[in-house]
Design a protein around this ligand. Structure first.
Ligand code: BG6
Length: 460
């Protein structure tokens, strides 16, 4: 591994900061949605807001040299688009603390916590939100750009757009295909607007986007399966990756969509901005691949388990006329029905590099588990095994020529896992949510440290 390789871990503002109404922070869509529905929320969560120094110090002591975190729009700007100095101050402290500990900050501008007042004005269905996002990003660049060298515009457009507008289990909880397409387009346009700003103003460093990467495999080699795989790749990956890297939404995808839906809001002037403002690198979050077969029957349906409860064998994706996702009877699955398939990371990185030819970072990878953190050290051998196998896949991909420059495990410490609540834990460090958010490193934390110290050599 090169000496510049980023060995890190990742979090997101809403999931870990807590302090939901402190220091003039305004409400995000998640605050409002979870409070109104009386769902488990991130009001306190890991209370990173008050523990960030301890957390960053632990990263340093754990050998990590980079921290991926996101900025809360709701802390930085108020409803009248005025800058909140307390929000700026908080992130200055985080960034400075990282630098003091030789940790490279790797910043996500948007990890799903849209200000609620913007949702009330139409959210991602309205191009005004794209320009509001640009204004927010300008503030981030102006205040933090002197010390940040890695920026990403969005975390996982597919995940938050499909859950919010198609499945309806994330705010704004709509179930509408036309809206899904429109929101997706606006997010990609907003990303390009921000890339344009970054490049025009010549900020130092690089800018990318983070994608929930699902490399596509087919059940066989037939032509019908290959066509299904192309549909699945457009649906899962290409609308984000091709658009961000090549500046073009796949034409066969647009052809399909335009047969059924009005896409006239994809104006030439917007498409031009997308074309001219492509990313410098890709962040790929990898949890699993997708295995597909040709469409047989049934209505379009997307069932994912993020209820917080275990539910093996319940996930299902059918896109009518395009493809069906199938389970592999020979694979292991997590209790939440995610296939554990490290080879998918190896193949996916090689494929992505061959196609896009820009630097890649694995910006999330990890496994959620129910764990008792109330006493002693959590002996998370399953996490060690999961990370080992995925790091091996990453190393293999580098050996096969992929330019992979960093690995961030999800997550730095236990945090609030959206609709899955706090019970499903991902952290290298346990957070005792019932006992003043006390932190205790798990076995995986020590193991990861030894991997980093060996520069990956003790991965087997
Ligand atoms: C990624 C997100 O999709 O997966 C994270 O970027 C999220 O924010 C992680 O927490 C794990 O998913 P979940 O639903 O189990 O928390």
């Amino acid at each position: 591994m090169k000496s510049t390789f980023l060995w890190g871990s990742a979090t997101a503002s809403y999931q870990c900061e807590g302090a939901w109404n402190l220091d003039d922070k305004i409400e995000s869509i998640w605050d409002v949605y979870l409070h109104e529905n009386n769902f488990e929320n991130g009001d306190i969560s890991s209370d990173h807001y008050h523990h960030f120094e301890e957390d960053i110090k632990m990263m340093k002591e754990g050998g990590q040299n980079s921290y991926r975190f996101s900025l809360s729009w709701c802390r930085i700007l108020n409803q009248d688009n005025q800058i909140n100095p307390k929000g700026i101050d908080f992130y200055n402290k985080i960034i400075n603390c990282c630098i003091a500990n030789d940790i490279t900050p790797f910043v996500t501008i948007y990890h799903w916590d849209l200000p609620n007042y913007l949702q009330e004005k139409g959210g991602w269905l309205h191009s005004n939100t794209c320009y509001a996002f640009l204004e927010f990003s300008k503030v981030c660049f102006a205040y933090f750009g002197d010390r940040i060298r890695y920026w990403t515009t969005f975390n996982e457009p597919r995940w938050f757009v499909f859950n919010g507008y198609f499945i309806g289990n994330y705010p704004p909880c709509h179930q509408n295909i036309e809206e899904t397409i429109k929101a997706a387009f606006h997010v990609m346009f907003a990303s390009a607007l921000v890339v344009q700003e970054f490049k025009q103003k010549n900020y130092p460093g690089n800018i990318g986007i983070v994608h929930s990467y699902s490399p596509v495999d087919g059940i066989d080699q037939t032509l019908a399966t290959k066509i299904a795989m192309r549909y699945a790749d457009n649906y899962c990956n290409n609308w984000v990756l091709d658009t961000a890297v090549f500046g073009e939404i796949p034409i066969d995808l647009l052809t399909e969509l335009s047969k059924k839906y009005d896409i006239s809001y994809m104006k030439e002037e917007y498409l031009k901005i997308i074309k001219n403002n492509t990313v410098d690198f890709l962040g790929l979050n990898y949890y699993s691949r997708v295995l597909v077969k040709p469409y047989t029957s049934g209505e379009t349906s997307l069932i994912v388990n993020n209820s917080g409860k275990k539910a093996k064998g319940t996930s299902k994706v059918i896109i009518k006329g395009w493809f069906e996702q199938v389970a592999n009877p020979n694979s292991k699955y997590t209790e939440w029905d995610t296939e554990i398939y490290p080879k998918g990371l190896q193949d996916g990185l090689v494929k992505a590099y061959q196609k896009y030819q820009i630097p890649l970072y694995v910006t999330e990878n990890g496994i959620g588990y129910y764990e008792d953190v109330s006493n002693g050290i959590v002996n998370d051998v399953y996490r060690i095994s999961y990370m080992n196998d995925h790091l091996l896949a990453l190393i293999n991909a580098i050996d096969l020529g992929a330019d992979v420059r960093g690995y961030f495990t999800w997550s730095s410490f236990d945090l609030y896992s959206w609709k899955n609540g706090c019970e499903k834990r991902y952290g290298l460090v346990a957070v005792d949510f019932d006992n003043q958010q006390i932190r205790r490193p798990k076995a995986s934390y020590h193991w990861y440290k030894s991997v980093i110290l060996s520069n990956g050599k003790n991965i087997k």
